[in-house]
Design a protein around this ligand. Structure first.
Ligand SMILES: Cc1cc2nc3c(=O)[nH]c(=O)nc-3n(C[C@H](O)[C@H](O)[C@H](O)COP(=O)(O)O)c2cc1C
Length: 181
């Protein structure tokens, strides 16, 4: 029997009540049966990346993080923009994956969401560059900006804006197609 497919989702915001984490919760409604969908909320526990301990003696939290991604078939990142870039806590998490390469050729989808009308475009651009460096595959229609995010979701993770809902469904379909083929 084929192994169950796993999608891991990471929010770039560790804030309680984060709108980005809310989007990841909303995505759960569109994941087909039979696919394991996990929102990983451990990036705040990862130590600052340090090349001295990267390969020789990585802390257990880093090893667990890497193992989880190694066993996953796809990754979804949803992040806010901080100071015109990716939040440091997310960038730090991605730095731990550069030499260990768990994301090599892995399908990814990228969402940035912001209360502004630009939708976190600078963070989006920066994140795509980092994911390119990690040799991931950003899936077709797997790149989405959500401007004015606070008007589009309820606090408990339900999408209220129809266009955004359709874009999220398309994004999930695209990533599921990629991992099923
Ligand atoms: C330190 C800091 C810097 C921010 N910088 C930006 C920015 O450059 N561009 C932007 O669109 N929003 C910026 N914001 C606003 C965030 O997009 C907003 O707080 C968003 O709701 C955070 O996402 P979350 O709800 O998932 O935590 C910033 C917020 C903080 C706290």
């Amino acid at each position: 029997m084929a192994k169950q497919k796993k999608i891991v989702a990471i929010s770039g915001s560790i804030r309680e009540g984060s709108s980005n984490t809310n989007i990841l919760k909303a995505l759960a409604a569109f994941i087909p049966d039979g696919i394991d969908y996990t929102i990983y909320n451990g990036i705040k526990e990862l130590p600052h990346f340090n090349p001295d301990i990267d390969r020789m003696e990585p802390p257990a939290v880093v090893e667990d993080f890497r193992k989880m991604l190694d066993e996953s078939h796809a990754l979804i990142i949803c992040t806010p923009e901080y100071a015109k870039s990716v939040p440091g806590v997310l960038k730090n998490a991605l730095e731990w994956l550069v030499s260990s390469a768990e994301l090599y050729k892995k399908p990814v989808a990228v969402i940035t969401a912001s209360p502004s009308i630009a939708g976190g475009d600078k963070a989006h651009e920066s994140l795509l560059l980092t994911l390119g460096m990690l040799d991931t595959i950003v899936v077709k229609k797997g790149s989405l900006l959500v401007p004015s995010v606070r008007t589009k979701f309820t606090d408990d993770g339900k999408v209220t804006d129809e266009n955004t809902k359709q874009s999220l469904i398309t994004l999930i379909q695209s990533i599921v197609d990629q991992i099923n083929n």
